[in-house]
Design a protein around this ligand. Sequence first.
Ligand code: AP5
Length: 222
Amino acid sequence: STSDPLKVVISGAPASGKGTQCELILQKFGLVHVSTGDLLRAEVAAETEIGNKAKEFMNAGQLVPDDIVTAMVAARLSRDDAKQKGWLLDGYPRSLGQAQSLEKMQIRPDVYIVLDVPDEILIDRCVGRRLDPVTGKIYHLKFFPPQNEEIKARLVTRPDDTEEKVKSRLSIYKQNAEAASSSYSNIAHKIDGSHSKEVVFKEIESLLSQVQQDKVKILKSG
Ligand code: AP5
């Protein structure tokens, strides 16, 4: 129903496949994608005040201060398209403080997805990742190489995707993950993210379809 659109949070370690699954979820469910990583990278590229502040933290593999990120998320989620189509929040909340900020703003997801992937796989995925600055698409040198030489030539590596920085990002993730997700235990669904992206998506797709159906039922009965 358009009056109560789907609200989804997707979480998981660095390179667990959040961005990749978001591309597929958007195609099927038409939600507004709100990725704090993408929003921050756009600010950095545009050399805005926010971008200049965020850059040093991001390049070091550390979290950007909460106030900056929370203001960005609040602004994006309050826009009409997000209210009408529903949203897919990717990379936020990432700490207890951020989860509390959402709660204070009375922003509550219907479902909280956790992509679960072993550490060894994560490092490989990060180090081989390449981004297409023209389309925003995510590639991987080994797992999802680009279709042609033209795309291949323009791909860029994220400055925080070196093995050393990935390890630091992973350890920060582990320090925060439990606290960040603690308020969502009743709507949390862990999904094995180590399979192929199609297999992972099938599981997410059936979960989200179910949540969507349940919402329609509640609307009709209420
Ligand atoms: P962000 O961009 O959110 O980075 P991240 O959480 O580390 O996640 P990634 O983007 O690295 O990975 P992903 O899970 O999206 O994986 P992907 O699909 O690309 O944040 C970056 C930085 O911004 C943070 O470090 C921080 O500084 C700042 N920031 C962001 N949010 C913040 C917040 N809330 N608070 C404070 N600071 C914040 O996949 C990875 C690779 O694997 C790709 O190459 C892909 O092709 C490949 N792959 C994906 N799925 C599969 C599969 N099933 N099989 C094989 N390969 C796969």
